[in-house]
Ligand binder design. Structure first.
Ligand code: ZN
Ligand code: FE
Length: 241
């Protein structure tokens, strides 16, 4: 028995993730930017909503919470340290918190950088990493609040996770990220292959996520940066690209 994650496209390029614990049928939605697409998916599978999991306070990650709370009364989970700027939390978490979700558990990883209160969730049962706006396929989040060193350390925290972990990120930015990544490693075969695959998927209107950590470790210049200084240089180059 395991947890599954399904992308729900929202706004122009956001992904919210529908989590289902197959043992118990419990459901969770990660970062609902909007309520309507989540409600449509829940109705199509005949499910209630048991949990909302939030990675950070930006509008494009919490915009649908109020309406979903009113409709389903789910348990809302988010970072205690950011509770002043998140919707009302029922479970306030911090580094290492474990949240029971049906028969599975989510582990909280604090990943400051994009925002100071940004957290990620890892579900060992299912091999799912909800990386929010910390890690994207072939990219990483912009540093709105944190320093390059902070973001470098945050992404380094993922290095303990297994290669076959599914990265479920907050945005479909992969095409633009691929173009930039190729400027950093033009001869990286795995990256060239992934860039072609991304082009095909996007050409068919399909998501490029989830993607495995194995794939990202071979192709994502921000994971591949050896130290914080190199990371900062690549981040600055991307910001000015
Ligand atoms: Zn954000
Ligand atoms: Fe975002």
């Amino acid at each position: 028995m395991t947890v599954t994650a399904q992308a729900i496209p929202m706004l122009s390029d956001n992904y919210s993730w529908l989590l289902i614990d197959s043992a118990t049928g419990k459901t969770g939605i990660v970062d609902p930017a909007e309520a309507a697409p989540a409600i449509a998916v829940l109705e199509s599978i005949g499910k209630n909503l048991d949990f909302i999991f939030l990675t950070h306070h930006h509008d494009d990650h919490i915009g649908g919470v109020a309406e979903l709370v009113e409709a389903y009364h789910p348990i809302v989970v988010g970072n205690q340290a950011d509770s002043h700027r998140l919707p009302k939390l029922d479970i306030a978490v911090h580094e290492g918190s474990l949240v029971d979700f049906g028969n599975a558990r989510l582990r909280v990883i604090e990943t400051p950088g994009h925002t100071l209160g940004h957290i990620s969730y890892y579900i060992a049962d299912g091999g799912i990493l909800l990386s929010g706006d910390t890690l994207f396929s072939l990219g990483c989040g912009r540093l709105f609040e944190g320093s390059p060193a902070q973001m470098f350390s945050s992404i380094a925290k993922y290095s303990d996770l297994p290669d076959d972990t599914w990265v479920c990120a907050g945005h479909e930015y992969t095409s633009a990220n691929a173009r930039f990544a190729l400027t950093q490693e033009p001869d990286n075969e795995a990256l060239l292959h992934r860039a072609r695959q991304v082009q095909v998927l996007r050409g068919q209107g399909l998501p490029t996520l989830p993607v495995t950590l194995r794939q990202e470790r071979a192709t994502n210049p921000f994971i591949r940066a050896k130290d914080a200084e190199t990371f900062g240089r690549i981040r600055a180059a991307k910001d000015n690209a």
